[in-house]
Structure formats: C-alpha cells, structure tokens
Design a protein around this ligand. Structure first.
Ligand code: C2E
Ligand code: MG
Ligand code: MG
Ligand code: MG
Length: 291
C-alpha cells in the first residue's frame, strides 16, 4: 500500500517495478525450456462470416502451461519473448504447428478454412522469414491461400521499407496479411495504402462500446466504410453480444470474432463445432451461437 508523501510513493513504485522485473526474469527463465518441454499448444478461435455465420477462418492463439508457473497468458509471456528475441523461435513453432494442424484438417469439415497466426516484428525482420513460411507450407503440402498472418501497426513502423518487400513476397505465395488491433497503437492511416494488406481487424476496444456509445459506433462505422473503399476485408474483434453482432453485420463488417461466436478452443472442439454446422451455400440458418 502506497503512503502519502515522497518516500512512501517512491518505495511503492520501486517495489512494483522490481516485482514486474522479477516476474519477467522468472518468465524468461521458464520460457527457455518451454518449447523443448512441449509446454505450448495452440487454440483456435472461429472468425465467422457476418451475414451467414459460416466459419470463414480461424485464429491460432498460443497457450503456455509451464511446469513451474502454471498457465501463463500470452499478454504476459509474449512481451518477454519479444524482449529476449526468443519470439523468433517461438513464432516458428507456431507456424509449424498451425500448418501441421491445417494439413490434418484437409479432407474434413475444416478443409479450406484459413488459419491466421500472429506474427511479431522480430519474426518479420528476420531475413529468412519468407523462406521459412514457404518451406513450412511446402512441407505440409499446403497452398499459401490457407495461411494468413496478423501483424500489428507496431510491426509496420518498426521496419517500413523491409516490411513492404516482405509483404509483397508473401503475397506472391498467396499468403494473406491482416492488420491486427486496428485503431490502437500508432494508427497512421498511411499504412493502409503503403502496405499490401488484405484485412483490417477492428480492435475490441471500439467494438465493446458500439451499442452504447455513439462515438464508438461512428468510429467503427467510419473504419468499415474506409475499409470498403480501400478494398479491405474487415473483421470485428471481441464481439461479445448479439446486439454488437447485428450492428456490425448491418454496417457491412465481413467477419466477426469474439466470445459471442465462439471462444478459443482445442482443435478437436473446433472440429466438432464445424461438423455440427456444415457449410451450406445459404447459411442464414446456421448462425453460430456461443457455447
Ligand atoms: P490478438 O491477436 O488480438 O488476439 C485476440 C485476443 O482476444 C485473444 O487473447 C482472444 O482470446 C481474445 N478474445 C477473443 N474474443 C474475445 C472476446 O469476445 N472478449 C474478450 N475479452 N477477449 C476476446 P489471447 O489469446 O489472450 O491473446 C492475447 C494476445 O497475445 C493476442 O491478441 C496476440 O497479440 C498475442 N498472441 C497470442 N498468440 C500469439 C502468437 O502465437 N504469437 C504472437 N506473436 N502473439 C500472440
Ligand atoms: Mg491476432
Ligand atoms: Mg487483435
Ligand atoms: Mg490484441
């Protein structure tokens, strides 16, 4: 508890900072063995077509169950892995695992569903990144069209010119690129024309207030209109209510992702989910409800 007065506050902040630094050190130590120890797995969250509710694509989300720390959420360990550079190795594991899974899904109800994976700046800046993507797809016999990469605005500013070339090369592989968490971060609209993007993912922060805040509503409406005029696909993140889903569909948002549609789930659960709701040409009756 912070006490009033200079000394007390100083101590409070310094303890908090020490604790955070200690946490990061502990996480960093545990991360180093985690890949080899098989402590990671991927969950997949449905990204549904807004009108029909059909399963359009899935986002792979990294899960870590540490032998020593228990379950650690990505928001806690991804920044640590980015600081140490371990994210490159971890990201390669994610790419490999997602492609392995996509190959297993071929010929079943999830055949043709695109997998979207999150990619950090360090990975994209790695000179071997595009070759790794190409080799991983080839090893699993997958067309590039089954893979999408989610980047944040941070990635685009960090290494502008190089990123542009990398995105062009990915496009020639048929791999799609989406801009994640759009509207947070740096949000320079020039990114939208400077880089070859396929999809904008509207951050949850805007979606969550869409029913009750006229400003959020207007903002999301404007982002969707802008996306349409630039020929981009739009995904709304963090859709938690039926009201939000309806508003977003009416605004012309192409895809919805969020707990209202489905929570991130293990591959087997996703397979059941897809098998229960076979794709049909007119899927209006197949709106996916949260479980
Ligand atoms: P993100 O890429 O924006 O992923 C969406 C996050 O929102 C996920 O959190 C997901 O579980 C959560 N989410 C989805 N729908 C809802 C909803 O309706 N309400 C709420 N409150 N949350 C929802 P998660 O899995 O904890 O991941 C957090 C972040 O960690 C991700 O945000 C992404 O930036 C990062 N991350 C996750 N996996 C990876 C990975 O393999 N590589 C990298 N570099 N980053 C990853
Ligand atoms: Mg993402
Ligand atoms: Mg996001
Ligand atoms: Mg996020």
């Amino acid at each position: 508890e912070a006490k009033k007065g200079g000394r007390g506050e100083l101590r409070f902040f310094s303890d908090a900072m020490n604790a955070a630094a200690h946490d990061a050190l502990v996480i960093d130590g545990a991360l180093r063995h985690a890949i080899a120890a098989g402590e990671f797995r991927l969950e997949y969250q449905v990204i549904a077509e807004a009108g029909s509710g059909r399963l359009g694509k899935v986002e792979a989300l990294l899960r870590w169950r540490s032998a020593t720390l228990g379950t650690v959420p990505p928001d806690r360990f991804i920044p640590v892995a980015e600081d140490s550079g371990l994210i490159v190795e971890l990201g390669s594991w994610v790419l490999e695992e997602a492609c392995r899974q996509a190959a297993l899904w071929r010929g079943g109800p999830l055949d043709g569903v695109r997998i979207s994976i999150n990619v950090s700046a360090w990975q994209l800046a790695d000179p071997g990144f595009v070759a790794l993507v190409e080799a991983t797809l080839a090893r699993h016999g997958l067309p590039g069209a089954l893979l999408e990469l989610e980047l944040t605005e941070r990635v685009l500013i960090d290494d502008g010119p190089n990123v542009r070339t990398v995105l062009e090369r990915l496009r020639t592989l048929g791999v799609s690129v989406s801009l994640d968490d759009f509207g947070t971060g740096y949000s320079s609209l020039s990114y939208l024309t400077q880089f070859q993007l396929n999809t904008l993912k509207i951050d949850r922060a805007f979606v969550m207030d869409i029913e009750h805040s006229a400003r959020s509503n207007s903002l999301v409406h404007a982002i969707i209109a802008m996306g349409h005029s630039l020929g981009l696909q739009l995904v709304a993140e963090g859709v938690e209510t039926d009201g939000q889903a309806r508003i977003l569909a009416r605004m012309g948002c192409h895809y919805l992702q969020g707990f209202h549609i489905a929570r991130p789930a293990a591959p087997d659960q996703l397979l059941l989910f897809a098998a229960r709701r076979p794709e049909t040409a007119s899927g209006a009756a197949h709106t996916i409800h949260s479980t």
